[in-house]
Design a protein around this ligand. Structure first.
Ligand code: ZN
Length: 148
Protein backbone atom coordinates (compact mmCIF):
# COMPACT_ATOMS: atom_id res chain seq x y z
CA UNK A 1 0.00 0.00 0.00
CA UNK A 2 1.12 3.50 -0.82
CA UNK A 3 -0.21 6.59 0.85
CA UNK A 4 -1.43 9.19 -1.64
CA UNK A 5 -2.92 12.64 -1.12
CA UNK A 6 -5.99 13.49 -3.15
CA UNK A 7 -7.84 16.76 -2.49
CA UNK A 8 -9.13 16.49 1.13
CA UNK A 9 -8.25 12.83 1.52
CA UNK A 10 -5.33 10.59 2.31
CA UNK A 11 -5.69 7.15 0.80
CA UNK A 12 -3.68 4.02 1.47
CA UNK A 13 -3.81 2.65 -2.05
CA UNK A 14 -2.73 -0.59 -3.64
CA UNK A 15 -2.19 0.86 -7.09
CA UNK A 16 -0.85 -2.32 -8.69
CA UNK A 17 -3.81 -4.47 -7.51
CA UNK A 18 -6.31 -1.84 -8.60
CA UNK A 19 -4.76 -1.45 -12.06
CA UNK A 20 -4.61 -5.21 -12.56
CA UNK A 21 -8.26 -5.54 -11.59
CA UNK A 22 -9.39 -2.93 -14.14
CA UNK A 23 -7.23 -4.42 -16.86
CA UNK A 24 -9.01 -7.77 -16.38
CA UNK A 25 -12.54 -6.35 -16.54
CA UNK A 26 -13.96 -7.23 -19.93
CA UNK A 27 -17.70 -7.50 -19.30
CA UNK A 28 -19.88 -4.44 -19.20
CA UNK A 29 -23.38 -3.31 -19.90
CA UNK A 30 -23.94 -2.60 -23.58
CA UNK A 31 -27.10 -0.47 -23.27
CA UNK A 32 -26.98 2.86 -25.08
CA UNK A 33 -26.66 4.94 -21.88
CA UNK A 34 -23.66 2.95 -20.71
CA UNK A 35 -22.09 2.96 -24.17
CA UNK A 36 -22.40 6.73 -24.25
CA UNK A 37 -20.76 7.12 -20.85
CA UNK A 38 -17.86 4.88 -21.85
CA UNK A 39 -17.36 6.75 -25.12
CA UNK A 40 -17.56 10.13 -23.34
CA UNK A 41 -14.82 9.15 -20.86
CA UNK A 42 -12.38 9.22 -23.81
CA UNK A 43 -12.91 12.97 -24.10
CA UNK A 44 -13.09 13.77 -20.41
CA UNK A 45 -11.18 16.76 -19.06
CA UNK A 46 -7.57 15.93 -18.21
CA UNK A 47 -8.00 17.28 -14.65
CA UNK A 48 -10.49 14.45 -14.04
CA UNK A 49 -8.60 11.82 -16.01
CA UNK A 50 -5.49 12.57 -13.93
CA UNK A 51 -7.29 11.81 -10.66
CA UNK A 52 -8.54 8.44 -11.88
CA UNK A 53 -5.15 7.53 -13.29
CA UNK A 54 -3.59 8.30 -9.90
CA UNK A 55 -6.09 5.92 -8.28
CA UNK A 56 -5.48 3.17 -10.85
CA UNK A 57 -9.11 3.29 -12.00
CA UNK A 58 -10.14 2.82 -15.63
CA UNK A 59 -12.84 5.47 -16.10
CA UNK A 60 -14.53 3.46 -18.83
CA UNK A 61 -15.30 0.61 -16.42
CA UNK A 62 -17.54 1.77 -13.56
CA UNK A 63 -18.78 -0.97 -11.20
CA UNK A 64 -22.28 0.44 -11.43
CA UNK A 65 -23.81 3.14 -13.58
CA UNK A 66 -27.26 4.74 -13.82
CA UNK A 67 -28.45 7.43 -16.19
CA UNK A 68 -30.99 9.98 -14.98
CA UNK A 69 -31.96 11.74 -18.18
CA UNK A 70 -31.14 14.91 -20.01
CA UNK A 71 -30.39 18.14 -18.13
CA UNK A 72 -31.38 21.64 -19.23
CA UNK A 73 -27.94 22.20 -20.77
CA UNK A 74 -28.24 19.05 -22.89
CA UNK A 75 -25.83 16.94 -20.84
CA UNK A 76 -26.96 13.68 -19.24
CA UNK A 77 -26.82 13.07 -15.52
CA UNK A 78 -25.08 9.87 -14.52
CA UNK A 79 -24.47 8.41 -11.09
CA UNK A 80 -22.40 5.39 -10.25
CA UNK A 81 -19.42 4.01 -8.46
CA UNK A 82 -15.96 2.60 -8.90
CA UNK A 83 -13.95 0.43 -6.55
CA UNK A 84 -10.29 0.28 -5.69
CA UNK A 85 -8.07 -1.63 -3.31
CA UNK A 86 -7.32 0.74 -0.50
CA UNK A 87 -8.76 2.67 2.40
CA UNK A 88 -9.16 6.24 3.56
CA UNK A 89 -6.63 7.16 6.21
CA UNK A 90 -7.76 10.79 6.50
CA UNK A 91 -10.64 12.87 5.26
CA UNK A 92 -14.41 12.46 5.32
CA UNK A 93 -16.48 9.60 3.95
CA UNK A 94 -19.78 10.24 2.19
CA UNK A 95 -22.88 8.10 1.69
CA UNK A 96 -25.98 8.29 -0.47
CA UNK A 97 -27.82 10.09 2.34
CA UNK A 98 -24.84 12.18 3.43
CA UNK A 99 -23.58 13.85 0.25
CA UNK A 100 -22.50 17.50 0.34
CA UNK A 101 -19.66 19.93 -0.43
CA UNK A 102 -17.84 18.97 2.77
CA UNK A 103 -17.33 15.30 1.97
CA UNK A 104 -17.21 15.36 -1.83
CA UNK A 105 -15.10 17.16 -4.40
CA UNK A 106 -16.28 18.69 -7.66
CA UNK A 107 -13.85 18.75 -10.59
CA UNK A 108 -15.39 20.14 -13.75
CA UNK A 109 -18.52 18.07 -14.48
CA UNK A 110 -17.56 15.34 -12.03
CA UNK A 111 -18.46 15.22 -8.31
CA UNK A 112 -17.12 12.35 -6.25
CA UNK A 113 -16.50 11.08 -2.74
CA UNK A 114 -15.56 7.92 -0.88
CA UNK A 115 -18.49 5.96 0.46
CA UNK A 116 -18.93 4.40 3.89
CA UNK A 117 -20.77 1.57 2.16
CA UNK A 118 -19.47 -0.89 -0.38
CA UNK A 119 -22.02 -2.10 -2.94
CA UNK A 120 -21.63 -3.69 -6.38
CA UNK A 121 -17.96 -4.49 -5.72
CA UNK A 122 -16.54 -7.25 -7.89
CA UNK A 123 -15.40 -10.32 -5.98
CA UNK A 124 -12.09 -10.37 -7.88
CA UNK A 125 -10.96 -7.09 -6.36
CA UNK A 126 -8.54 -7.58 -3.45
CA UNK A 127 -9.45 -6.36 0.05
CA UNK A 128 -9.65 -3.80 1.52
CA UNK A 129 -12.16 -2.38 -0.98
CA UNK A 130 -12.84 1.33 -1.08
CA UNK A 131 -15.83 2.67 -3.01
CA UNK A 132 -15.79 5.92 -4.96
CA UNK A 133 -19.28 7.30 -5.62
CA UNK A 134 -19.78 9.89 -8.33
CA UNK A 135 -22.28 11.97 -10.20
CA UNK A 136 -21.37 13.48 -13.53
CA UNK A 137 -22.94 15.56 -16.24
CA UNK A 138 -21.83 13.95 -19.44
CA UNK A 139 -22.46 15.08 -23.01
CA UNK A 140 -24.19 12.72 -25.42
CA UNK A 141 -21.39 11.76 -27.80
CA UNK A 142 -22.88 8.80 -29.67
CA UNK A 143 -24.45 9.32 -33.06
CA UNK A 144 -27.35 7.14 -32.05
CA UNK A 145 -29.69 9.19 -29.87
CA UNK A 146 -31.30 7.94 -26.67
CA UNK A 147 -34.99 7.06 -26.75
CA UNK A 148 -37.22 9.73 -25.29
ZN1 ZN B 1 -26.30 0.00 -19.17
Amino acid sequence: MNEIQLKNWSIALDLAQTKTFYRKQTHWCSCLDCENYREATKYIDSSIAKIFTALGIDLSKPSHLSEFGEMEDGTHLYMGCYHLTGQLTAGPHCSDEDWHDGNTVKVQNFTFGFSTEVTFAHEDLSEPVLQLNFEAQVPWVLEEKPEE
